[in-house]
Write a protein that binds this ligand. Structure first.
Ligand code: PEP
Length: 252
C-alpha cells in the first residue's frame, strides 16, 4: 500500500475495446465499492464509442470515465472531431491530451495541444497533458530540456489547478516493458514540479504529476512510492481487470 498519497490511476485503452467490455466496468465498479478508496481517484479512458455506455454504468460511483483527445474548437465544420462539450454531453469527465502517439501519428504540435487544453479546461474537464522524451533525446542527455519545452509550450497560462494533470511518459517506455529507474523518475518529476511552481506559483501544489510507461502490477508499488509521483497513466495493464485491479490494490 502506498500510504498518505492522493493517487490518480488512469487507464488509457487507446484503440481497444468494444461493448463486450461493459462487464469489465461492472467488475471494476464492484471492486471500487468494496475497497472504499478514501483518497485515490480512478479513471478509465476508453475509445469515444464506449464513453456513453461506460459513464451510464459508473454514474454516482467513484469511477470516472474520460476521453483520449478532443478538439480545440467548440463546434462547426471540423469533420471527425469531437469538442469537450460533446464529450461532457456523453458523460466524459476527463480527457488525455498530447499523448506521444498523437504527437507522432497525428503530428500534433505543442501549440495545438495547448489550445486543446485551454478548451478542455474551459469546459471543466479533468485535463491530462502528456509530455515525454524519445530514446534518442534521453541518450543525448536532453530529457529535461525536452520536457521543459513541452511544458512551456503545451500548457495554458490560465489554468484551473484542480483540473490540470501532467503525465510524464517517456516515449521509449510506452508499451515496451522498459521503465526508467526510480532515481530518473524522481529527477524528472521534481523538475516538472519546479517548472509548475515557477509558472503557476502556489496553485502548482494542486497539479498532479502522473508517471506513465509500462506500469504493471509488479512495478506499480515501487513507482507510486516515489516522491512527486501522484499516480499513474496505465496503457496495456488497464485492459485486463485482474491486472488493473492489482495496481489499484496499492492505493488507499
Ligand atoms: C500509454 O500509452 O499511455 C501507456 C502508458 O502505455 P503502457 O502502459 O502500455 O506502456
Amino acid at each position: 500500500m502506498v500510504k498518505n498519497k492522493d493517487l490518480l490511476i488512469a487507464g488509457n485503452w487507446k484503440m481497444n475495446g468494444s461493448k463486450k467490455n461493459l462487464s469489465m466496468i461492472s467488475l471494476l465498479m464492484k471492486y471500487i465499492k468494496q475497497k472504499k478508496f478514501k483518497n485515490s481517484e480512478i479513471l478509465i479512458c476508453p475509445p469515444n464509442t464506449l464513453i456513453d455506455a461506460f459513464s451510464n454504468i459508473s454514474k454516482r460511483s467513484k469511477l470516472m470515465i474520460g476521453a483520449q483527445d478532443c478538439s480545440d474548437k467548440e463546434y462547426g465544420a471540423f469533420t471527425g472531431d469531437i469538442s469537450p462539450s460533446m464529450l461532457k454531453d456523453i458523460g466524459s469527465q476527463a480527457v488525455i491530451l498530447g499523448h506521444s502517439e498523437r504527437r507522432q501519428y497525428q503530428e500534433e504540435s505543442n501549440k495545438l495541444i495547448r489550445s486543446k487544453a485551454e478548451n478542455a479546461l474551459n469546459n471543466n474537464l479533468l485535463t491530462i497533458v502528456c509530455v515525454g522524451e524519445s530514446l534518442n533525446q534521453k541518450k543525448s542527455g536532453n530529457t529535461l530540456r525536452v520536457i521543459g519545452e513541452q511544458l512551456k509550450k503545451s500548457l495554458p497560462d490560465k489554468i484551473k489547478p484542480n483540473d490540470l494533470v501532467i503525465a510524464y511518459e517517456p516515449i521509449w517506455a510506452i508499451g515496451s516493458g522498459l521503465v526508467p529507474n526510480n532515481d530518473d523518475i524522481y529527477k524528472v518529476h521534481s523538475f516538472i514540479s519546479d517548472k509548475l511552481k515557477s509558472r503557476y506559483g502556489g496553485k502548482a501544489k494542486k497539479i498532479k504529476i502522473l508517471y506513465g510507461g509500462s506500469v504493471n502490477k509488479k512495478n506499480a508499488s515501487s513507482i507510486l512510492s516515489i516522491d512527486y509521483v501522484d499516480g499513474a497513466l496505465v496503457g496495456g495493464a488497464s485492459l485486463k481487470f485482474s491486472d488493473f485491479r492489482a495496481i489499484l490494490d496499492f492505493c488507499n
